[in-house]
Write a new protein. Sequence first.
Length: 119
Amino acid sequence: MKWLAQLRAWWRGPAALPPRTYSDPLDYALQYCLHPPPGGLPALPGTWQAAFPALTAAAATAVQQELLALQALALDLGSCVNQGQMTSADAYNRLWAAYPRLDRRNLGALLLQAFMGTR
């Protein structure tokens, strides 16, 4: 039952979890998009300055473009699952194979949103 409590805490967002540190700006951006702070999302590059002070504006833009590509891949995979072309496990494995450096919980949540968004 401990895992269920952890899952519920994770689903409620970062405020319910102990703080995590991210070594990858894309992982940070994905977590931020999945669990926005109250009041909505401010511009992502501005939030990265505190977490990744060495990140230049050009690098922040590149991360934002990679985040859009990741979200597009998740939507494509979610659509394939909803059309019966693959299982959800296959979709998750493909997403994780494409982005192995990212937090698996974030990838799972992104894929879940994609399943719901392509129904």
